[in-house]
Design a protein around this ligand. Structure first.
Ligand code: PHE
Length: 341
């Protein structure tokens, strides 16, 4: 047993020489000094040793145990000191990895699309770089008409296409109507989100770039009441169940009749307050029954189909829903604002 003890001691010091971390140190400690460890086993073998040898071996074992414990302790403090000399400051705060999130406008677009998808609409996207044909002519807006004034902007310096006119950044998502109708026949129910551009000076409620969601449905017997039902049920889901809705006559070249739709003010519930300008109503979108000219642009047979269309501003919907007072907040990238959503 004596030689065995010496071998074990040698092995222990070899292993200790290789220890480089507290974890490794603990492993060696458990192996030799732990309960059911190597030394523990030797102690229990003592009872089987000849009685005269027991005191001597017992003493050897005890001394070995002490040497091991001392060595472990020293190693422990050496490791701790080593940590300090490489300059790790354990009191420093950890590195915080920020998790990104969707911009509030993206969230709103997704919320709106889900509501329409549940009503049977399919989402598609159209190009932001358009031409005069889809942006104006196909929608019954002659390019020289004064109604195009608010839309004339951001023309691209590309050679004009003889059939489609000049290239420009689209001023409305209504361009998608004819683009989709050219490709698919009714019945169709489409929603289309995207950026649009206008020659507006930037202020609290205007931006030269903003987002719209266009929606339209075409079939053989679509009626104005379908438009009302779809928009009312959308508004109830997007804002809340208690809102009321009203339609006012309006004009758009590509719908007839045309309307603007209002919801009862979500702040004062229709009583009149600062947000709704004491009117009790908030305008949320433009809409109407699709003009026969648009169907003609699409190449649909005359008088066969009817349909409705609507277009809403995403920034406006977001501002109304969350009580945001300045459109510029969406585009300034100030995380203190964006983190709230
Ligand atoms: N395109 C119109 C706008 O920009 C909104 C609209 C869409 C109106 C569809 C009627 C039908 O204001």
């Amino acid at each position: 047993m004596e030689t065995e003890i010496k071998e074990i001691e040698k092995g222990f010091f070899v292993e200790m020489g290789e220890v480089k971390s507290p974890v490794e140190l603990e492993r060696v400690r458990v192996k030799y000094l732990g309960r059911k460890g190597i030394l523990d086993k030797l102690f229990s073998q003592l009872s089987r040793v000849e009685i005269t040898q027991r005191p001597l071996l017992g003493k050897m074992l005890n001394e070995l145990k002490e040497r091991m414990a001392k060595e472990i302790k020293e190693k422990e403090s050496a490791l701790a000191a080593g940590r300090k000399t490489v300059g790790v400051d354990l009191t420093l705060p950890g590195i915080y990895f920020e998790i990104g999130r969707k911009h509030i406008l993206t969230q709103t677009i997704e919320d709106i699309l889900v509501i329409f998808e549940n009503l049977g609409f399919v989402a598609v996207e159209g190009p932001e770089i358009e031409n005069e044909y889809y942006n104006f002519t196909a929608l019954n807006i002659p390019p020289e008409h004064p109604a195009t004034e608010a839309f004339h902007t951001f023309y691209l310096e590309l050679p004009r296409d003889s059939a489609f006119g000049r290239y420009l950044l689209r001023s409305q998502t209504s361009t998608v109507q004819v683009r989709v109708m050219e490709k698919i026949k009714p019945p169709l129910r489409i929603v289309s989100p995207g950026r649009v551009y206008r020659p507006d000076a930037v202020d609290a409620s205007h931006s030269f770039m903003f987002h719209q969601i266009e929606g339209f449905a075409v079939d053989e017997k679509i009626r104005f009441s379908d438009l009302k039902g779809v928009l009312f049920s959308f508004a109830q889901r997007f804002f809340n169940k208690e809102i009321k809705m009203r339609f006012r006559p309006h004009f758009f070249p590509f719908t007839e009749p045309s309307v603007e739709a209002d919801i009862s003010c979500i702040i004062c519930k229709g009583k009149g307050c600062r947000v709704c300008g004491r009117k009790g109503w908030l305008e949320i979108l433009g809409a109407g029954m699709i003009h026969p000219w648009v169907f003609r642009s699409a190449g649909y047979p005359r008088y066969k189909y009817t349909g409705f269309a609507f277009g809403m501003g995403v920034e406006r919907m977001t501002m109304l829903k969350y009580g945001i007072e300045d459109i510029r907040l969406f585009f300034e990238n100030d995380l203190r604002f964006l983190r709230q959503f």
